[in-house]
Each structure stands twice: as C-alpha cells, then as structure tokens.
Design a protein around this ligand. Structure first.
Ligand code: 57M
Length: 359
C-alpha cells in the first residue's frame, strides 16, 4: 500500500525513491510485523486468558508438560494478522504471487482457527477431526497449486538441487506436486510445534533463507549469474518472507521457554502452508526438504513410529514421537532439545544457501 501511495511521489520528494527497492521494503516489513507482535503480544495473552483459551495437555504426554496446562494458545492469530498487515503495507499489491500467498495464509489460518476453536473453546477433544482437516487443507492446496500454475509465464519444471541439467517438466501435474509440498509442510510444522519455540525458530530460519532465494529468483541478472530459475515477480515474495521472519521473532519473544503463549493450529498450519507456497513460487521446491530439514525429520519420526507401532502391535522405535519427545524422555531439559534443534536447522539452511554456488 505504501509502495502505491508513496513511490509515485518520488519525482517531487526524492526520498520516496527508496520504496522502489525490495530490500528496503523487506526490512521494514519485518520490523513492522515484529513490532506489531511485540506490542500487541501482552494484550493478546491477556485476552486469550480472559477468554479461557488455555491449552489442554494430553495425559499420555511427557510429565514435564503437565505444568503447561492453561497456557494461552491460539497466539498464531497475532502472528498471522501481523504478517498480513505488514504484507499489505509494504508489497506491490499488483503482484499476483502476493495474493496467492495471502490466500494460503488466510485460508490455512481459517482451518487452524476452526480446529483450535472446537478443541480449546468448545472442548471437543478431536477438534475438526483428522479427515475433515486434511480435506480442507487439500482443497486449498489444490486451488493454490492451480493459481500458481496459471500465473503468467510460470515454469512447470521442478528444480533439483545440485543438478542443474535435470529438471523434469510436470506439466499440469505440477498442480498436484505443489499441493503435496504445501500440505506436507503445513503438517510437518504442526507436528514440530510441541516444545516452547521449537517450531517458530526453524520457521524464522526457513523464512530468512527463502528471503534470499526469492530475491535472487526475482532478479533476472543475479538469477542468470547463479544459473537458477528466474521467476518474474517473485522478488516481492522477499518482502512477505521478511514479514514472516519479523512476526516469528516477535512471537518468539513470548513463546520462548517458559512459554507465555502457544501458537495453536491457527499459527502452525498457515506458517507451514506459507513456506510450502513460497518454495513453489521461487522454484526452490525440493530445496525445502533441506532448508526445512528439521520439519522433515520430525514428520518422518512420526511416520516411522506409527508404522512400526502398527506393524509390531505396540513396539516403538523412539521413546515417543515426534522426535523432540524422544529426547525429552531421555532426560534432556526442554531448552536443550529446542536450542540443539535450532542449531541443526541453521546448519541445514547454511548448506542449502551454499548450493547457490554448487551446481
Ligand atoms: C500437534 N501439538 C502439541 C499447541 C501448539 C500422529 C501423532 C504423532 C500426532 C501428534 C500430534 O497431534 N501433533 C500435532 C502437536 C501440543 O501443542 C498444541 O498444538 C499446537 C500445534 N498444533 O501450538 O497449541 C502440546 O505441545 C506442547 N507445546 C509446548 N510449547 C509450544 O510452544 O510445550 C506446544 C507448543 C502442548 C504442549 O504440551 O499441549 C502436542 O504434542 O499435542 N501427536 C503427538 O505429538 C503425540 N504423540 C504420540 O501419540 N506418539 C505415539 C505414536 C505411536 C503416535 C508414540 O510415540 O507413542 C504426543 N503428544 C503429546 N503427548 N503432547 C503424545 C503425548
């Protein structure tokens, strides 16, 4: 919005020329989202407390979690509204990719809200139910995949990291591929969100990494120099990723151990959905497996544990899945699990960034 209001004034007021620059707007979008979360956080925590939107803790969970009962949840509302506000304020609203990521953000936030509302407010223990939740996620992901597919000049080849000469063209099958990436990431972030700050740390790290990918993918000369796919218009996604990283930092202020609030599905589902969509738009889809490797590890730990549990009628690979519970039950203090998982996430992001030069 500011871009449309202020940049046209630059012939008279030369300072407004800065609104042309994606880097400038990305920094201010992240600061806007951060400050919104930071200043509105205490009010949101108070309101959620008054409305008694407090976390129910499962009986079968690690003992250390029982003291967390009643922690205000659904804090994701704060994060998502900050991201949406900062994006509307700082991006070029004529860019179709911005509206696609906003659709995913608001849509997945809605699904998460219904689930949390039924669980936390209506005290329906299963919330929306696994099947209905998945169907809604799939529907929205397919709509998103279709919109990306129909975007002007969108390339349906899949980029394979390290192998610049191999990039299969999926044609309309790209819609299903994009939907798979979006749903998978949304659920993987949701599974990771089980310790204070555990999910939001890697979300920030992934958002910052994709700020870089979006910037280079949207810049014809740099993309050509680095031999990566040029996606016209994807540079604006840098600003959206900046808003995500900023809101994540603002939320982490309150979610860090010991957490004053949890994000709830209203936060974890859209954050994952956004990362998946950003990876698709920037043509760094498979790279998300590396950048968001921590989410992949957590999701795989659940898949292996549940399959093994069913096959062996009750035996387990890990003490408990997702993986963070395994280390908690091994006796690692919660902050140690969290910070070590963050370190893994940062390492993976650095390796991913290095691939810009290795191909
Ligand atoms: C949601 N949610 C947390 C909070 C957060 C298939 C199965 C493995 C699924 C999995 C599952 O349901 N995962 C998704 C994980 C919950 O947090 C709420 O949920 C939101 C995210 N959706 O924002 O609102 C609890 O996590 C803790 N928490 C924190 N700090 C935070 O910042 O401490 C969350 C955020 C909170 C709080 O305790 O209550 C959750 O874990 O429920 N299921 C599981 O994760 C369960 N695993 C399991 O049953 N494993 C079995 C196998 C055979 C399936 C096994 O290994 O034996 C465990 N989860 C819990 N207790 N809490 C089991 C026991």
């Amino acid at each position: 919005m500011l871009y449309h209001l202020l940049y046209p004034l630059h012939p008279d007021i030369s300072f407004f020329n800065v609104f042309r620059y994606i880097t400038f707007r990305a920094i201010y979008a992240s600061l806007t989202a951060l400050l919104l979360c930071f200043f509105l956080g205490p009010w949101v925590i108070r309101k959620l407390g008054e409305m008694q939107v407090g976390q129910y803790i499962r009986e079968n969970g690690p003992q250390t979690h029982h003291k967390k009962a009643g922690t205000p949840t659904m804090g994701g509302i704060l994060m998502i509204s900050s991201i949406v506000s900062a994006t509307l304020l700082w991006t070029d609203l004529a860019n179709c990719y911005i509206w696609i990521v906003l659709l995913v953000t608001v849509g997945y936030c809605g699904i998460g809200f219904i689930d949390d509302y039924l669980m936390q407010v209506k005290k329906r223990s299963k919330g929306l139910g696994v099947r209905s939740k998945f169907l809604l996620q799939a529907l929205l992901a397919i709509v998103t995949g279709t919109l990306v597919y129909l975007s002007p000049d969108f390339d349906t080849h899949v980029t394979i990291p390290f192998l610049k000469n191999i990039s299969p063209d999926l044609g309309w099958g790209y819609i299903l591929f994009a939907a798979f990436v979006i749903i998978g990431t949304s659920n993987a972030v949701n599974l990771t969100d089980g310790l204070d700050g555990l999910a939001i740390g890697p979300v920030i790290i992934t958002a910052v990494t994709y700020m870089l990918f979006a910037y280079v993918a949207g810049h014809a000369e740099i993309a050509d120099y680095l031999q990566i796919n040029y996606v016209a218009g994807s540079g604006e996604i840098t600003i959206f990723c900046g808003a995500m990283a900023g809101a994540g930092l603002g939320f982490l202020w309150f979610n860090t151990y010991p957490a004053q609030m949890f994000m709830g599905d209203v936060g974890s589902l859209p954050l994952g959905g956004m990362l998946g969509t950003v990876a698709v738009i920037t043509k760094q889809e498979i790279m998300l497996v590396l950048v968001g490797g921590l989410f992949v590890i957590e999701a795989l730990s659940v898949i292996f544990q549940v399959s093994f549990f069913k096959m062996t009628r009750g035996k387990r690979i890990f003490k408990m899945a997702p993986l963070h519970h395994h280390f908690e039950l091994k006796g690692w203090p919660e902050p140690k699990v969290i910070v070590r998982f963050w370190i893994i996430s940062i390492t993976l992001a650095l390796i991913a960034i290095s691939t810009l030069k290795i191909r």
